[in-house]
Every structure is written in C-alpha cells, then in structure tokens.
Design a protein around this ligand. Structure first.
Ligand code: FAD
Length: 378
C-alpha cells in the first residue's frame, strides 16, 4: 500500500494552500460577516485551475485527478468553507457536463466554468418538498414545438445568484425516479427567477437561493442526457459530489484543530499553558485522530474514483464520517478556547457554524447510512 502523493497532486495541494492562506483566509471572516459572495477569490481559484481540477485539459481543466481535487478542496475549505462549497459544486457541474453532455454542450460551458468566465455553476435538484427524496420532485418539463418549457420550483440552490449555467432536473414522464430528465439552463433564461438569499446559520458567504421556473422556454438542445435518464445522472454526480463535501469537512476540521492547538499553547491557567492539562491534550489527540481517519476515508474514495473503480459506498462512508467527525472536532475546538471560542473574535465559532451543514447537504447522514447499508446488503 502506497500513501504517497504524486508530483502533480503535491503541486496542486501546494498551489491551493498558498492561495487559500495568502488570499482567502484573511478575507474569510469579513466575507462571512457581510455575506459577500467571493467573486474575486473564485476567479483567482479559476486562474489556478481549481474550478476544473479533474476535468480534461482539452476543455480547459487542470486534468490533475480526483485525489488532487480532494486535496485542493481541503485547503480551500480550511480557509473559507463558503468559497469551498462554491468551488465544489462548480467542479461537480463541470464534471456532469463533461461526462453526460453532448460535445457541443461541453464545449460551450466547461471552458467557461474552468476559466471563471462562469464564476460558478449550479446543481438544481432539491425542491421545497423533495430533498432526500428527489423522486418526489414536481418541477415539470413539457415538450413544445421549439423545445421545452420548465415550470416549478427548486430550493437551496448553491451559487444560484451567480451561476452562469444550471443543471436542472424536471419531470418529463411517469411519477417516481424514472420520469425525470435533466436540462441545461443558462443564466438569464426567460422565465427563470432567482429568489431571495437564505439567511443561514453558516456558510454565510455562499449563495443559497430558491429558483422559480415560470414557463421557462428552453431550446431543444437544452435536454441533457437521455430522456427519462436524469435520476441516474443525479445519483452519479452526487457520488462524486460527496467526495467534495467530505473534503470540505476535512478542511474545516483541520482549521479548527490548528486554531485549538495554537490557542492551547498560548493560553495560561493555573500558572501554566492549558496545553499542559491532560484534558486538553486528550481533546487535541481525539481531534487529530478523527481528522486523519476522515482524510483516509476521503482520499480512498477519491483514489477509487480516479482509477475508474466503484466508489459509491466509499464516498458515502467518507461523507458520513468526515461530516460527523468535523462537527465533533469543531465542538471540541470551541471547548479548548473556552469563552473566547464562543465569540466572533476567534474563527472557531465560524468553523462550528460552517461545519453544521456538512451532515445535511448532498445527502443527509441518514441517507448516507441508507446508501451504505443498501450496498452492504446488495
Ligand atoms: C446550505 C445548503 C445548500 C444546499 N445546496 C444545494 C444545491 O446546490 N442543490 C440542491 O439540489 N440541493 C441543495 N441543498 C439541499 C440539500 O441537499 C437538502 O437539504 C438535503 O438533501 C435534505 O433535504 P431536505 O432539506 O428536504 O430534508 P428532508 O428530506 O425533509 O429530511 C428531513 C429529515 O428527515 C430525514 N429523512 C428523510 N428521509 C429519510 C429516510 N428515508 N430515512 C431516514 N431519515 C430520513 C433526513 O435525514 C432529515 O434528518 C442544500 C441545502 C443547504 C442547507
């Protein structure tokens, strides 16, 4: 077994870390407090190839692989989880279009996603009454003489305010998962309305909005993948997306551990650094152990995906464990900092708030357990 990283992976990790620490981390607090979408930071990431880490060079991607993508995500998330989720969904949208789109769809959108011309891409699956169960979606796509007409609502759409392109799922046939198809919708499409920004606990610099499709007219060429084959596309995309969210969780946990470690060495009580107390040492030891286990699961899933091997169960296990352990690590980080950990003066309260959603989006922990159990029992 070889745990070493390739030269390309190390290079991507170094570039992501340097940019994240030099440019993104110093702005993360302000971005979060003022709920500013990180346009300049995302464009900087695009220049470094981070918006298409695992995409073919012919389409403008970095072609550096899935492990490199996970490492880059971890570095960006350690600086700013909001910027990281935008990067994650944009990479995912680029991958979906590359894998399932026609050459014309890929050539039109993927280079724009990779270069930052589209500052982000959006993935529009969830609806107000269909989150864990997308088979219950109500948005419809009706055939017209010139193409398709979309009617319905999507909910919780990351980057919806800034996306240049949306991958949207809608019902074209029978109820359930077999009657769903997938469409590419460009920003500004007539009949697409972007709703009000959600007022969230964390990830306050990421955009999360509802979308309304009110007789949204699309050309014939907007159909994406086979008619009725949309659900499979969504599930395949989410398998990969879960590696992104697991990586995001690892990044947040790593930032929380660093902050807690520094503080424990510095803060004094009873005439000694609190790092001298075994209670604090054990918290740090547990945090590091959980983080390393989360990273191992995440990189294993990334490695399998990169080799073209089955990775659904491993991606769900990585997402489940990394997200839940990230929450435990952030809770402990706040505890190490005591009262200061509970204030905006230190970043650990932001890490804790940002961590919370990782057990919810791209499939809740309950859904990950369901997927894992189904694959064990298959
Ligand atoms: C900040 C944020 C960003 C998001 N970004 C996107 C995005 O870009 N695109 C997108 O499409 N969606 C996005 N989502 C939506 C997200 O994926 C859903 O919120 C998530 O899938 C859960 O769906 P729900 O909120 O409808 O909860 P529900 O499905 O209503 O679940 C509520 C509770 O019931 C549990 N539950 C449901 N079904 C089962 C079951 N079968 N067994 C056991 N427990 C179950 C869930 O685990 C949960 O605890 C985002 C959400 C948030 C909060």
């Amino acid at each position: 077994m070889d745990f070493s990283l390739s030269e390309t992976e190390l290079e991507v990790q170094r570039a992501a870390r340097a940019y994240a620490q030099r440019v993104i981390a110093p702005r993360a607090h302000e971005l979060s407090e003022r709920e500013l979408f990180p346009v300049a930071e995302l464009r900087g990431l695009a220049e470094l190839g981070m918006m298409g880490v695992n995409l073919p060079a012919a389409l403008g991607g970095a072609e550096a692989g899935v492990v490199a993508y996970s490492l880059a995500m971890q570095e960006v998330a350690a600086a700013c989880a909001s910027t990281a989720v935008t990067m994650s969904v944009t990479n995912m949208v680029g991958e979906i279009i590359t894998k399932f789109g026609t050459p014309a769809q890929a050539e039109r959108h993927v280079p724009r996603l990779c270069s930052g011309e589209h500052v982000a891409g959006s993935f529009a699956l969830s609806e107000p009454e269909a989150g864990s169960d997308p088979g219950g979606m109500r948005t419809t796509a009706t055939k017209t003489s010139s193409g398709w007409r979309l009617d319905g609502q999507k909910q919780w759409i990351t980057s919806g305010t800034h996306a240049g392109v949306f991958v949207v799922w809608a019902r074209t046939g029978e109820p359930g998962t077999r009657g769903i198809s997938c469409f590419l919708v460009e920003a500004g499409a007539p009949g697409l309305k972007i709703g009000k920004h959600e007022d969230k606990l964390g990830l306050r610099a990421s955009s999360t909005v509802p979308l309304t499709f009110d007789g949204c007219e699309l050309p014939e060429s907007a159909l994406f993948g086979p008619l009725g084959g949309g659900f499979k596309i969504a599930m395949t995309a989410l398998d990969g997306g879960r590696i992104g969210i697991a990586s995001q969780a690892c990044g947040i946990a790593s930032a929380a551990l660093s902050a807690a470690t520094e503080y424990a060495k510095d803060r004094r009580a009873f005439d000694r650094p609190i790092a001298d107390f075994q209670a604090i040492q054990w918290m740090l030891a547990d945090m590091r152990t959980e983080l390393d286990a989360a990273r191992a699961l995440t990189l294993r899933a990334a490695w399998l995906k990169g080799r073209g091997q089955p990775f659904s169960r491993e991606a769900s296990m990585a997402k489940l464990f990394a997200s839940e352990s990230c929450n435990r690590v952030c809770q402990k980080a706040v505890q190490v900092l005591g009262g200061y950990g509970y204030t905006r003066e230190f970043p650990v309260e932001r890490y804790l708030r940002d961590a919370r959603v990782t057990t919810i989006y791209e499939g809740t922990s309950e859904i990950q357990r369901t997927v894992i159990a189904r694959l064990i029992l298959a």
